[in-house]
Design a protein around this ligand. Sequence first.
Ligand code: PSU
Ligand code: MN
Length: 308
Amino acid sequence: MTRSISPLLPITYSSEVSAAKQRGAPIVALESTIITHGMPYPGNLEMARSVEDIVRQQGAVPATIAVIKGVLHIGLEPAELEALAQMEHVMKLSRADLAFAIAERRNGATTVAATMIAAYRAGIHVFATGGIGGVHRGAEESFDISADLEELARTAVIVVSAGPKAILDIPKTLEVLETRGVPVVTYDSEDFPAFWSRSSGLKSLLNLQSPAAIANFQKMRDQLGIDGGMLIANPVPEADEIPREEMEIYISRALANAERDEIAGKAVTPYLLDNIFHLTGGRSLKTNIALVENNARLAAEIAVAMNG
Ligand code: PSU
Ligand code: MN
């Protein structure tokens, strides 16, 4: 099958996504920064493949999003996914530089913010990730607040996560989301989750028990003319979690290492995730993979419910 590339915006759809669009099948967007900057090879490739399969098992079609040689890909063919997982010098793209990578024909992985923009442009309204970026600890000094938060406020995509990454300042992250009018819905738990852990120590703000209820909530926002996305916080399965007290030890060490190594800007999150991977002897990666899989399942169920 030949793939057509628009002359205005270089965008291309995988054969699977393009067929799904034609028959109106539910589609789930998946990000690629988690593949290139969030996990080491080959665990990253295994995760990316298994997450795609989970989406298919639920009756939806996966669309992993990335920029390859300046072309915005909505869905990757198996060989493209494999190549991306091993690629070096891939840009980490957000709202500020997604178009830059396309204009300059670079390779780039999309963060939550950039994946939301691309998904919306492609008519996809549900997206599964691991954890969103947010307000970093010490942001009052560094001003480091992820563009993911602003994107959630602007772009109407449901983002399924396991909560904000626990390396962040979670209360401040929730404050910013509230100010910007982003609903934060916990799926089926009174406790607000913190990525590797089922509880952040905070109570959930809004709580819904089914994919259909989540789909219906977003429809009501749309009916009211409220734009922007919503954040679903789906707690990691109990069997895979690392409890909060234990995680905090690794997180404080990783944060101290980041300060010692003078890590700043876009490098902060990948550095911390990698550091925590080593500090936990690889256990954090197993949990990270399990929570993304769990999110992919819920996102697919929501996408199916939105179609019905
Ligand atoms: N979820 C994961 N691992 C990751 C990410 C999410 O399990 O690496 C990525 C997402 O792409 C998210 C980014 O947008 O981390 C946040 O980066 P920053 O804090 O620099 O905005
Ligand atoms: Mn940042």
